[in-house]
Design a protein around this ligand. Structure first.
Ligand SMILES: [Zn+2]
Length: 332
């Protein structure tokens, strides 16, 4: 992203994804599927984090760019293709049903110099969101984006960016995992423990993506939380999940947690073992990313490791550089 900006250009979703994947391979495994050109930009990818014991978490992901239009920072969540009334956002949430996983965005947000004019009106604990480390590649639930679009479409990009978590940090065992306080009382014991106690690996990814969604739900005056259970997904780690919608378009806990599985789906195993994938998977996607050993301990950079399996995503760290004014890529 920085390279394109320095050269006076602008980074794009497909190229940024390819750089991300080539930089993080072989720690991360991936397969790309042939897509027709028209579909390519909007193509969804499946991302799966797989722990050593087979527990895993899947997401249907669409890549988006944080862009400057005039003086306004935005992400085109409400983009529509010609002849189709539905937004990409609602189509993404729908498409995720096909794989029984939650829908999310991976945001490409450039470096801190690129974001230097971004202002966010929400509260910040220590640093404003534009200056956060590692936020150049971040992930956020589609339900957060849906809420942001519903509240104020002009500010939706900045709002979703505020809630996005650096991809590098979502499985980091050294980060703080504060308890998530559910609105509902009397949750199933295993689910309650998951929310309150620190997690790692794929469970931690699920928690980090759920955290801003739950915060939004806790701020909604949508009445008492519904305790009736959602229909369980085959292989889901938690079988008794409340069917509570709040103001979301889907039951948010069931949606966010259906990607958390006790066993690795066959097509994810196919990726790991180099087999051909079934067409019901390949026809729908731009590709699949698999992060194996997601719960392996992080290895301190520069220290020798026998397997390298726990190495955090490398090559994504932003190096702060002195600002040298607006670059051509930032001019609207
Ligand atoms: Zn912010």
């Amino acid at each position: 992203m920085t390279g394109m900006l320095d050269a006076g250009g602008m980074f794009r979703e497909v190229a940024a994804t390819q750089v991300l994947l080539s930089t993080t391979s072989p720690r991360i495994r991936f397969v790309e599927f042939a897509a027709d050109e028209e579909k390519e930009n909007g193509a969804d990818w499946l991302w799966w984090w797989v722990d050593r014991d087979g527990t895993c978490y899947g997401l249907l992901v669409q890549a988006k760019i944080l862009k400057l239009h005039g003086k306004r920072w935005s992400i085109d969540f409400s983009y529509k293709t010609r002849g189709d009334d539905r937004t990409q956002l609602s189509k993404l949430i729908n498409a995720a049903n096909h794989f029984h996983v939650p829908a999310a965005y991976v945001l490409y947000c450039g470096d801190s110099q690129y974001r230097s004019t971004l202002t966010c009106d929400r509260a910040h604990d220590d640093v404003p969101c534009r200056e956060r480390d590692r936020v150049g590649v971040s992930a956020v639930s589609a339900l957060v984006a849906e809420t942001a679009v519903g509240l104020d479409v002009r500010n939706a990009g900045v709002s979703a960016f505020h809630d996005a978590v650096p991809v590098e940090d979502i499985t980091s065992p050294d980060g703080l995992d504060a308890p998530i306080v559910p609105l509902a009382r009397g949750l199933a014991k295993d689910l309650d423990r998951f929310l309150r106690q620190p997690q790692r690996g794929s469970r931690r990814v699920a928690k980090e993506l759920l955290r801003p969604v739950q915060r939004i739900r806790n701020g909604q005056f949508a009445g008492a939380a519904v305790m009736e259970h959602a229909a369980p997904v085959t292989g889901a780690l938690f079988e008794n999940v409340p069917n509570d919608y709040g103001h979301f378009s889907v039951p948010y806990l069931a949606h966010m947690l259906r990607g958390l599985r006790a066993e690795v789906p066959d097509y994810v195993r196919d990726v790991l073992e180099g087999r051909t994938l079934p067409t019901w998977v390949t026809d729908q996607l731009g590709g699949i990313v698999v992060i194996p050993d997601a719960d392996a301990p992080a290895v301190v950079p520069g220290r020798a490791s026998d397997s390298g399996a726990g190495r955090r995503l490398s090559g994504l760290r932003e190096t702060p550089r002195p600002p040298h004014g607006r670059r051509p890529g930032q001019a609207a």
